[in-house]
Design a binder for this molecule. Structure first.
Ligand SMILES: *Cc1c(COP(=O)(O)O)cnc(C)c1O
Length: 496
């Protein structure tokens, strides 16, 4: 069967999987969604004996139907290799009666690696399939984490170059060091004198510049983005929900057909949407618990049916969830509107014009598997400490939000369903906040001393991603004014 993708904002815009990956975004700001959600064609019991790569193939072949078996396997094998520090790729740890799915064993010790390690390969394969000969240039503006994960994913991938802009004084010292020490002859990292919005506006302007596009094409290049709404990032995230269910079956933690709940620390709504797709595939998931930090737009949405971004933006210790517009939610809205592009477009227009929209009671029925929850900064710190005290296991701040929401949900609902909490970052990535949750007196330590202390406390070695930047040489030193971003790109690519 050939699965096609259509835009959430225009029923007439229909493309193949490889085209959807290449385009990233549909016209008028729409997102590509599968015309219908596929179902697994082999049983979970059979898959329970498979390794991560095999499960990935079984899942991705259902979504990327215009890729050949060999193409898909080559992408999977290039992505999920020894860049990950464990053969399991996404191991499960049992602690305090729940299962933590650790998605942080890739090169940047956070869950974006799960998708960004395969996206470059999907993208270059998709380009070949569609007879695009130009070299792909990935342009990204970053406030820290995505930039590094994209750099790590694209480094030395043939047929690609990646250029990352970050606000020179707007990222943490560790984040900056991670980026400027990036290896790979096809990588460029540039600090700009401006903030993250300046970086993002500059990148958007280049994407929309027709003259520049022409010049790029004349020189054998085309732009693409590693944006989180690309279907090539979403589908690889479905894999680990199938895989983790299979691991629980294999380890006899659950019985055949037994339902589990999942708790997902959420920002842009990509990760939890992947869980929803996994449920549609046939994984017995009961409740999808969406955990927010103090930026609780999604909690309010799930409780009231009204999405309202008109509120104060709060900076928290789980910064990757500090988001007021959860882009991937549009895919769910479209689905619960009965795959109706017109209804969805109206709601998204209201979001753009007024910052809010409200769904109908019928649409709200489509959300009955979701539960929204949120945790304050204090509650998150308490959850981190509780898991450590009860189970001798250290979780990061994003996972801490999820753990807190889970404890609240369990106490209120008395639901004893076995539960998988998605662990999206290594505690070492947010070491200071984690240590502050565990003990007093960390103020005099620098970031590396914090990592060493955390290693002692958690009895987990300092991950390579942190250890190697202690001494790694700085390879990227370019800094530019915010109005010089295009000139800098033209110079890097030596455009004539
Ligand atoms: C990106 C990110 C999230 C949020 O994931 P979404 O798919 O945007 O909901 C949560 N935790 C960490 C550590 C992240 O990097």
């Amino acid at each position: 069967m050939n699965l096609l993708y259509q835009s959430t904002r225009d029923a007439n815009e229909v493309v193949t999987a490889s085209q959807a990956i290449l385009k990233g975004l549909a016209s008028n700001g729409g997102l590509f969604v599968p015309k219908e959600l596929p179902k697994l064609d082999i049983s979970l019991e059979v898959m329970a004996t498979m390794d991560y790569q095999k499960v990935a193939f079984e899942v991705m072949k259902l979504f990327f139907t215009d890729f050949s078996e060999d193409e898909l396997k080559a992408c999977i094998n290039a992505a999920y290799d020894d860049k990950f520090d464990t053969k399991e790729i996404a191991p499960i740890k049992k602690a305090d009666g729940v299962y933590y799915l650790e998605l942080f064993h890739g090169s940047t010790i956070a869950f974006k690696d799960m998708a960004l390690s395969i996206l470059p390969h999907l993208l270059t394969t998709a380009a070949k399939k569609n007879n695009i000969k130009d070299e792909i240039v990935i342009l990204t503006a970053t406030s820290g984490d995505t930039g590094k994960a994209a750099l790590a994913g694209f480094a030395d991938v043939p047929g690609t170059k990646i250029i990352v802009f970050y606000p020179k004084d707007g990222v943490s010292p560790i984040q900056e060091k991670q980026m400027v020490t990036q290896k790979g002859a096809n990588t460029s990292v540039i600090g700009i004198r401006g903030n993250f919005d300046d970086a993002q506006s500059g990148v958007k302007a280049m994407f929309n510049n027709k003259e520049l596009a022409k010049k790029m094409s004349d020189n054998g290049y085309c732009f693409s983005s590693a944006n989180s709404i690309n279907i090539g990032r979403l589908v690889p995230q479905v894999v680990y929900y199938v895989y983790s269910y299979c691991r629980l079956l294999h380890n006899q933690e659950i019985k055949k057909g037994e339902e589990i709940n999942v708790v997902v620390p959420t920002g842009n709504f990509g990760n939890i949407l992947a869980a929803y797709y996994a449920k549609a595939l046939g994984v017995p998931i009961k409740k999808l618990i969406c955990a927010s930090n103090e930026n609780k737009v999604l909690y309010d949405f799930f409780t009231t049916g009204k999405y309202d971004k008109n509120r104060e933006f709060i900076l928290t210790n789980s910064p990757s969830m500090d988001i007021l517009i959860s882009s991937n939610l549009e895919r769910l809205i479209y689905t619960i509107a009965g795959q109706n592009a017109e209804i969805n477009s109206k709601l998204m227009k209201s979001l753009a014009d007024n910052g809010c929209y409200e769904i109908t009671p019928e649409m709200k029925n489509g959300l009955k598997d979701f539960i929204g929850g949120y945790a304050t900064e204090t509650e998150t710190a308490k959850a981190i400490k509780r898991v450590f005290d009860d189970a001798d296991y250290v979780i990061d701040t994003h996972t801490g939000v999820a753990a807190s929401v889970y404890y609240d949900y369990k106490a209120a609902s008395r639901d004893t369903t076995k539960t998988l909490i998605v662990s999206t970052a290594s505690p070492f990535k947010f070491g200071r906040s984690v240590m502050d949750a565990l003990q007093k007196g960390n103020d005099t330590m620098d970031d590396f001393e914090i990592a060493d202390e955390l290693s002692k406390v958690s009895k987990v070695p300092v991950p390579k991603a942190v250890d190697e930047i202690r001494t790694a040489p700085v390879l990227h030193k370019t800094v530019c004014e915010k109005d010089q971003m295009q000139a800098t790109v033209e110079k890097i690519l030596d455009l004539k």
